[in-house]
Design a protein. Sequence first.
Length: 314
Amino acid sequence: MLSVQNLSVTFTMYDQGLTQKQLTVITELDLEVRAGEVVAIVGASGSGKSLLAHAVLGLLPDNAHVSGAIAFKGEPLTPQRCQSLRGKEMALIPQSIGYLDPLMQVGQQVRRVAQLGGLSKRQATQTVDRTFCRYDLHPNVQQYYPFQISGGMARRVLVSTAVVSQAALVIADEPTPGLHPDVVKETLNHLRELADEGKGVILITHDIEAALQVAHKVAVFYAGTTVEIANVRDFFEGKIRHPYTQALWRSLPQNDFIPVPGSQPSPDALPVGCLFSDRCPWVTEACCAARPRFRIVRGAPVRCIHAENHHANW
């Protein structure tokens, strides 16, 4: 359904005075999302997760230069096609509640999205009523403006806009922070149901545990690129390949609870070789010479020249 190949995103920015500089924030990124599949994207802040969503939906600012190829349903996703499909065939659950129109009642906003997706006025009203009930939003909430509801309620409204949209591709950008655990579970289950109905779902999250509950695959981002795309079962069977993925897994409280040493490199100071080289326990001189390409190791793509020789040891 969605194919992202060798994607790079560079911003033209002003440095000092009128001096311009180029800042590359996404580098040679790859991702595939099939119909009926939930692909979770995990990684630290600044790794390019939300920027990928904005690139796919054509929401990047004018100073962004995009290279590489993005295809949706087998056809190139041009800016014009993005505009025609956004909100209809492709829906976003944004990270910020600021996406809600402050001058429109929230129920009216969600109904409008449902109608843009092809539902009649009556069908849209019924769908919104069911969706608000599912997310524990009282019917009266539909009459409120965004400033009259809490942050958690606003986030549930944003989730509702995506699930009523009839879109074939749903991109959920951190949809669960600040929500009650029961609502988190319901939201994640609903995303999985959308996939079971044949939609493609991208779940962007910092929470690996949440991702593993509903995802089919996990794409691990680091410093603006994909370092591994693993099947969920690989995590539980000790088969994940990249040292950064293994470090993230071991940092969870129920595992070794070992923090990942060091920090992610800044976009304006990326190393020539492997982006993880200065933090990697497997690093050799060859790692610093050139950036590794994606290749298949034990059935899944990984960006590491040593992945074949190192296995998880938990």
